[in-house]
Each structure stands twice: as C-alpha cells, then as structure tokens.
Design a protein around this ligand. Structure first.
Ligand code: IMP
Length: 428
C-alpha cells in the first residue's frame, strides 16, 4: 500500500500520536485532514516529550507535513506551536510545513462563541473551548476567512464586515461585547506575513507527491465516535473524523486513503459529556484513569474510563473501512484479576449489536459483558508475542474476533519502539 490513513476508532485519545510518529518514519508526507488544535498528540522520543495540537506529527521526524483544507487553523496558535516545538530543537520552515491556502481560520470570535455557549448551555457538550465548532459553522455558512484571504487586504476587510454582521446578533444574545472590525483586521494583518510563507495549494503539492510515488500518511484527529455524522451526536466534534474525510480534507481522491489503521485503546475513554455505555464510575474506572494517566493533552481534564466496548469498535471498523488496528495501552490492564468486554447491548427488552442513532436510546443502553481472565505478569515494553502472558494474548485475540479486524500493531508503552509489529501498514 502506498498510503496509510490513521484514525481514532473510539472517542479519541487512543494513542494516535505514538503510532503516527512511528509510521512517519516510513512515510514521505504527513497530512492532517480535519479538526484543529482541539487534538492533542503526545509523542515520546527518548527523554523528549512533544505535545502537538495542530502541527502534523511528521514534523518531529522532519517529514514534509501538510495541514490540509479540512483543518480549521488558528493562526496565532499555529505560530505559538511552531515556536514551542522550535524551542525543543525542531525548526519548522516552509520547506517542512505547508498549510492549505483554502483552509478556514479560527478567529478569537470563534473561541469567544464556543466558550460563551458552553457557559450558557444547560446541556453542555464539554468542548475544548478552542473555537472549533463555530469556525466550522462559518465555513459551511460560506462566510469564513480562509488562509489565502490573508494576502488580500481589501477582500479581508469586506469579509470581516460580512462575518461580523453574522456574529453581532449572536454575541449580543450571549452578552458578549461587540467584536471590533478594525481590531480583527489589525490582528490578521499582523499575523499574515508570518503565516503566508507556509500557505500553498496543498492539493496540488499532494497530487505531485503521489504521482512521484511518495508515501502519504494521513493523520486523523479525535475519533470515529466524535464524528459529526456517525458519532454520539450532538456530543461530538464538528468535523468528519472518519477515514473517508482523509480524501476530502486534503484534496486527494477517495482511492488515496490506502491502508486504514484504526487506533484502538485496550479499554475505553472519553473526555467531555455524552453517552458512554461501558463507563465505570467506581474504583476500577479510577484505576484505569490513574494507571493509564488519562488526562487530556489539550485541556488537562480527567478522562472518563470504562471497559472495552467491542460493539462500538466493530461499528468503527465498518464506518472507516478499517484494514487493521493498532491496539494501544494493553499494559494498563496488567494486574487486573478479571477483565470485561462489552459484546452487545440491552435496550429495554431488546438486544442490539450496534449504537443506535438516537441520543435517548444511547443513554439507555445496558452493556452485555463477557468476562475474561486477567494476567498477573507484565506486558509493559513487550516487543514480541512471546513476552506476553497467555491471558493477554487471549484478550487480544478475542478483541480481533469480536471487532472483525486484525491487530497490525500492539503498543505496550508510550515509548516509540515498545510495540509488537504484526504487519507494517506501509508494506502490503
Ligand atoms: P470540540 O472539538 O472542542 O468542539 O469538542 C467537542 C467534543 O470533542 C468534546 O467532547 C471534546 O472533549 C471532544 N474532543 C475534541 N478533540 C478531542 C481530542 O483530540 N480527543 C478527545 N476528545 C476530543
């Protein structure tokens, strides 16, 4: 396979950062195709820990990295992240980083709106507060300011007026002060010369790269259950997070996705509000959170934890066309006497094998569990099947069976090389 698409198969935070970092080594180009700086990808390389939110993880390996048109870009955050990673010794230049000139911007007024809405809502989404949803609303509403607009002052002025005509009533309704057009224009003019050197038609560059036989790694953010169509709506993010978006969000055609690697955590977590059938509000949940260090990279919020839900991952395998999975954080389950896997749900009198679309039904699901024997030995740092306790192998095999997809990679610690490689997704 020439290309690989990496997506989160649960609610995000499956450990994509490490996998993308490992795969970047084998790729020529790394592309982000949706979301924005709501993502949090942690890469541990030796003693160094890199925390990326907007930059494609390829930058750490010095690979050509592209922020595609499907991403919403906060230009101030972009520059901050470039400076932060620069201080860690990774110098970002326009030769290394390309930002699609048709990507839409996240502006301070998007962040204001995101936060004010969350504060006012009785049914909070639990967003990251970074303006992602409002920026996508403006994109779909055809009034967004795009990267290329930064190069044209006159057009920019008119676009700001149009945008503020929409935001004025919204801000007033939420008790926010009026947005100042001159202030926004000045801020964008100040940032433009720093951002524009990275701006290019990313689709054209990618088309050329692919035609030249280069290998592309598409780096998904969040997870399939946060997809705006397929997730636990409305408790989702505002982009399509499924693998199909890799094409639309980068400007390459649908055949470009290649091998679809679903990143799957050996248990389940979610940040923010919304249905979570296998959530554990007890000592077991707390233990998963503590051992797994389940705190958000972006917001620092404690993640909710629960048993592995095979129903959700099976659904994700179908929605994304997953070729194989990378199972992560198996070591967090070390030492549990017994483990549970959810294999179906009870909904009233009925038994169902998928996540229903309705929020009410999603909230009423009662998991049907299968119990498995745990293991007393350690899986941490294992790099071959032989190093795993027999019960751990059984657990992994049962997951494969239930979700209908094979394990390609098995992660056993945050370190880049602590992994069992069953097959390299780039080598078909
Ligand atoms: P937003 O993307 O900031 O609008 O937040 C919407 C929902 O997606 C919230 O539940 C967030 O916690 C969740 N979310 C957004 N980005 C991530 C991520 O990278 N990992 C996990 N959850 C996320």
């Amino acid at each position: 396979m020439a290309n690989v698409t990496v997506i989160g198969a649960q609610w995000g935070d499956e450990g994509k950062g490490k996998l993308v970092d490992w795969l970047s080594n084998r790729a020529d180009v790394v592309v982000r195709f949706q979301g924005g700086h709501n993502a949090g990808h942690t890469l541990v390389v030796g003693e160094q820990v890199y925390k990326l939110s907007l930059l494609p993880s390829g930058v750490v390996q010095g690979k050509l990295s592209v922020i595609g048109n499907g991403v919403v870009v906060d230009p101030w955050h972009l520059l901050e992240e470039i400076a932060k990673i620069g201080a860690q010794g990774i110098v970002i230049t326009p030769d290394l980083l390309v930002v699609a000139d048709n990507a839409c911007l996240i502006l301070p007024l998007h962040k204001d709106l995101d936060q004010a809405r969350e504060a006012a809502a009785t049914q909070k989404i639990g967003t990251t507060g970074r303006g992602i949803g409002p920026a996508y609303e403006d994109k779909v509403g055809r009034r967004a300011i795009r990267v290329a607009d930064l190069a044209d002052r006159e057009a920019l002025e008119a676009k700001i007026d149009r945008l503020l005509a929409h935001h004025g009533p919204l801000r007033r309704g939420l008790g926010l002060p009026e947005a100042d057009a001159a202030e926004l224009l000045a801020a964008l003019e100040a940032v433009a010369p720093k951002v524009l050197p990275y701006a290019r038609p990313a689709w054209l560059l990618l088309d050329r790269e692919v035609k030249a036989g280069r290998r592309v790694l598409f780096e998904g953010a969040q997870g399939a259950l946060l997809d705006v169509d397929h997730g636990t709506y409305p408790f989702v993010t505002s982009s399509n997070t499924v693998a199909g978006q890799a094409a639309a969000g980068s400007g390459l055609g649908p055949k470009s996705a290649g091998y679809v690697l679903g990143i799957v955590k050996a248990y389940t977590t979610r940040v923010g509000e919304g249905p979570f059938p296998t959530e554990l509000n007890d000592a077991v949940g707390q233990r998963l959170g503590e051992v797994g260090r389940e705190f958000g990279t972006v917001t620092g919020r404690a993640r909710r934890c629960g048993w592995f839900d095979a129903v959700l991952v099976r659904q994700s395998v179908a929605l994304n066309g997953i070729s194989g999975i990378a199972l992560t954080k198996l070591d967090v389950l070390d030492g549990f006497e017994t483990l549970k896997i959810c294999t179906g749900y009870r909904l009233g009198e009925a038994t169902i094998d998928h996540l229903p679309a309705g929020l009410k039904a999603q909230g009423q699901l009662v998991p049907i569990y299968e119990e498995m024997e745990g293991w007393s030995g350690s899986t941490q740092g294992a790099r071959s099947w032989r190093e795993l306790p027999a019960s751990a192998v059984k657990y992994v095999r049962r997951i494969e069976e239930l979700i209908g997809a094979p394990v390609a990679l098995l992660g056993t610690s945050p370190q880049r090389e602590d992994m069992i490689v069953v097959r390299d997704p780039f080598q078909d």
